[in-house]
Design a protein around this ligand. Sequence first.
Ligand SMILES: [Zn+2]
Length: 44
Amino acid sequence: MSERETPDDERPYECDLCDDRFATREELKDHVWEYHEMDGDVPP
Ligand SMILES: [Zn+2]
C-alpha cells in the first residue's frame, strides 16, 4: 500500500506551482511557503 496515492477527492487544494495536492488550505499554504517560498493569497 502506498501512502502517496490519495484520491483527488480528498485533496481538493492543488498547488499552482507543482503537482502536489492537499486536503486543507492550510496545508497548501504551508507547502507553498516551505517549498516555493511564496505566499499564496493570505498575508502573514
Ligand atoms: Zn507546490
